[in-house]
Write a protein that binds this ligand. Structure first.
Ligand code: HMG
Ligand code: MG
Length: 304
C-alpha cells in the first residue's frame, strides 16, 4: 500500500463529543478542554455548534466558549452552523471556519434538522454565501453516507447527489460521515470509488463513528484510496442525539497510535492528547471508550 507521509487529524471532540453527553460541562471546563487541545499539535479543532439551543442544550454557550478560548495562531477553530441565525451567532463569536451539515438519507435529514433534503439546499447555500462574504472557509458534512438508522444501507449515488450540490455551492471540503458506525471497508471502497471518479480526493475528509469497532479498518481503507484528512474525538466521545444508535467517534488517540505506528506524520503528540482525554474523563465522571486510555489507565493504577 502506498502510504501518505502526512495525515491531518481534525478534532471534533468539543462539538461531536460533548453534544451527546448527559453531563453538561460548564463553559469554563469547555474552554479549558479546547485550550488543552490547542497544545497537542492539532491544527484543526471543532469547538462548538451554533444549532438551536433547544435541540442541543449541551452547547447552548457556543458564543461564550468561542470567545473565551485562548487561540493559537496556526489552529483553525471551527463550529457547526445550520442556518443564517447560526451564522450570525458564529460570526459574532469570530469563528474561523464554518461547518454546514445535512444527510444523504431523507429521514435522518428530517429528524436532525427538521427539513427535507430539497429544502435544506437553499438554507445551506445562503450560509455558504454569507460565510464567504465574511471570508470564512466552509466545510460541509454529509451524514449517513453508508447507513441510516431509519433507511438502512445508503447507496453511494445518494451521497454523490448531495456532494454535487454542496461542491457547486463552493464548499471547500466535504466530510463524509458514517454517523451510526455501520460501515465496513468494502462499503467505504464503493462509496469512495463513486465519488473519486468525479472529484479530486483533496475535497474529502472521513468522519467515522466507531459503534461496531470498524472505524480504524475504514480509515485504513480510506488511506489506501488516497484520503489524508480524518475527523476524530478525544476519548472516543461522540454521537448524534438525532440518530438512534449512534455512539462515539473514532478516538483521536487510537487513530494517532495507528498513524504513528505506520510512520505517518500528524504533528500531534500522544501524551498531550491523553492529558486532555484524562481531563474530560474526570469532568464527565465516566470512563471513556478509547483503547489507548484503557492502557494508560491500567499502567497508572499498577504504579499506584
Ligand atoms: P427549526 O425549529 O426547524 O428552526 O430547527 P426554524 O428555522 O423553524 O426556527 C425556529 C426558531 O428557532 C426561530 O425562533 C429561530 O430564530 C430559532 P422564533 O422566531 O420562533 O423565536 N433558531 C435558532 N436559534 C438559535 N440558533 C440557531 C437557530 N435556528 C433557528 N441556529 C434547526 C431547525 C436546524 C435549527 C434545528 O433542527 C437544529 O438546531 N438542529 C441541530 C441538530 C444537531 O445539532 N444535531 C447534531 C449535529 S449533526 C451531527 O452530529 C453529524 C456530524 O457529526 C456528522 C456525522 O456524524 O455524520 C456532523
Ligand atoms: Mg458525527
Amino acid at each position: 500500500m502506498q502510504l501518505p507521509t502526512h495525515v491531518t487529524i481534525k478534532e471534533v471532540g468539543p462539538r461531536d463529543g460533548l453534544q451527546n453527553e448527559k453531563t453538561h460541562l460548564s463553559t469554563t471546563d469547555k474552554v479549558q478542554l479546547v485550550n488543552l487541545l490547542s497544545h497537542t499539535g492539532l491544527n484543526y479543532i471543532e469547538v462548538t455548534s451554533f444549532v438551536h439551543p433547544k435541540w442541543i442544550p449541551q452547547l447552548a454557550d457556543a458564543v461564550e466558549v468561542l470567545q473565551a478560548i485562548k487561540r493559537q495562531k496556526n489552529i483553525t477553530y471551527a463550529a457547526l452552523v445550520p442556518n443564517m441565525r447560526g451564522l450570525e451567532r458564529a460570526l459574532q463569536a469570530e469563528v474561523d471556519e464554518v461547518s454546514v451539515f445535512m444527510s444523504a438519507s431523507e429521514s435522518h435529514n428530517q429528524s436532525n434538522i427538521n427539513k427535507t433534503i430539497k429544502d435544506t439546499f437553499p438554507i445551506i447555500e445562503e450560509v455558504v454565501t454569507g460565510a464567504k462574504v465574511a471570508h470564512k472557509n466552509v466545510r460541509g458534512y454529509i451524514s449517513t453516507v453508508i447507513g441510516c438508522p431509519y433507511e438502512g444501507y445508503i447507496q453511494p449515488e445518494k451521497v454523490l447527489r448531495v456532494t454535487e450540490k454542496l461542491l457547486e455551492m463552493g464548499i471547500d471540503e466535504i466530510s463524509l460521515g458514517d454517523t451510526i458506525g455501520v460501515g465496513v471497508p468494502t462499503q467505504v471502497e464503493s462509496l469512495l470509488n463513486e465519488l473519486l471518479k468525479r472529484y479530486p480526493v483533496e475535497h474529502f475528509a472521513m468522519h467515522f463513528h466507531d459503534t461496531r469497532g470498524t472505524a480504524l479498518a475504514n480509515i485504513l481503507k480510506s488511506i489506501e484510496m488516497g484520503i489524508t484528512k480524518f475527523d476524530s474525538a478525544l476519548g472516543g466521545l461522540g454521537g448524534c442525539p438525532y440518530a438512534k444508535g449512534a455512539s462515539g467517534n473514532v478516538a483521536t488517540e487510537d487513530l494517532l497510535y495507528l498513524l504513528d505506528g505506520m510512520g505517518i506524520k500528524t504533528g500531534v503528540e500522544m501524551n498531550k492528547v491523553l492529558e486532555a482525554a484524562f481531563f474530560i474523563e474526570k469532568k464527565l465522571g465516566k470512563i471513556v471508550a478509547s483503547k489507548q486510555m484503557a492502557i494508560v489507565r491500567n499502567e497508572r493504577s499498577a504504579i499506584q
